[in-house]
Design a protein around this ligand. Structure first.
Ligand SMILES: NC(=O)c1ccc[n+]([C@@H]2O[C@H](COP(=O)([O-])OP(=O)(O)OC[C@H]3O[C@@H](n4cnc5c(N)ncnc54)[C@H](OP(=O)(O)O)[C@@H]3O)[C@@H](O)[C@H]2O)c1
Length: 213
């Protein structure tokens, strides 16, 4: 797949690196320095390069949106025409100091994003785990018992693409349903963040759903 990374920070930098190592073509974009994007591309050691958001979007089969909520409009504007594009978003609708959600209960960041780009196919994924766990999950991806990762969206083919990308990182994709289910997955992340960052055992935390039927 050709994957465009819109926002190459903690999440975008790591997920882009993992996908490049898994054999995908990756374009890292949207950081404050071009040198950082170039270094990410070099260090990824795969088919990775640095580019502008427009370049990342142009040929992409899938885009990862991984910016702070306050930067969403800016990066979307720079990305240009996103008609038909699959946008996998890990972005959470957090306030400026990252202490709370600015959209919740009656809508979600994912639904607000889908309204901003109605011509694109938005899938919400990867926002329920801390960036610190991503490389560790990738490393043990061949183990039988993989951690879960919930995702949701309204477009079946977009969700299929997202599930493939989730599997490539080493998670077991859990289809949580339509995009409005992000109203539940986004606040769930605040629980995960509490456990990851306020606990004593470090932020390398993932979760796994099990059935006992
Ligand atoms: N971090 C996590 O564990 C985690 C987990 C779940 C969900 N999320 C969500 O995922 C999204 C991304 O989080 P993150 O932690 O990856 O954020 P981050 O590390 O701050 O990355 C954001 C990226 O946007 C770039 N950026 C910011 N302002 C810019 C500007 N004015 N011009 C160009 N580039 C700019 C940053 O550039 P620089 O590289 O130059 O700083 C960085 O590459 C957020 O919505 C967050 O809520 C994060």
């Amino acid at each position: 797949m050709r994957i465009g990374i819109l926002g190459s920070g903690l999440m975008g930098g790591k997920l882009g690196t993992i996908w490049a190592r898994a054999g995908h073509g990756v374009v890292f974009s949207y950081a404050r320095s071009k040198q950082k994007l170039e270094k990410l591309a070099r260090d990824a050691q795969g088919k990775a390069r640095a580019g502008t958001p427009g370049e990342a979007a142009r040929e992409a089969d899938a885009l990862l949106l991984a910016v702070h909520w306050s930067r969403v409009d800016d990066v979307l504007k720079q990305a240009g025409d996103l008609s038909g594009k699959v946008i996998v978003s890990c972005s959470l609708p957090m306030n400026a100091d990252d202490t709370g959600l600015v959209i919740a209960h009656t809508s979600s960041g994912a639904e607000a994003l889908a309204r901003k780009v109605p011509e694109a196919r938005v899938v919400s994924a990867f926002n329920t785990v801390p960036s610190e766990v991503l490389f560790a999950v990738f490393e043990v991806r061949r183990k039988a018992s993989r951690p879960s990762l919930v995702y949701c969206g309204d477009d079946a083919s977009g969700k299929k693409t997202a599930a493939e990308l989730i599997r490539d990182v080493g998670f077991d994709p859990v289809d949580a349903g339509p995009l409005r289910i992000a109203r539940y997955t986004e606040p769930f992340t605040l629980l995960i963040a509490q456990l990851a960052y306020e606990g004593d055992e470090g932020p390398e935390l993932a979760y796994r759903f099990e059935r006992f039927a």
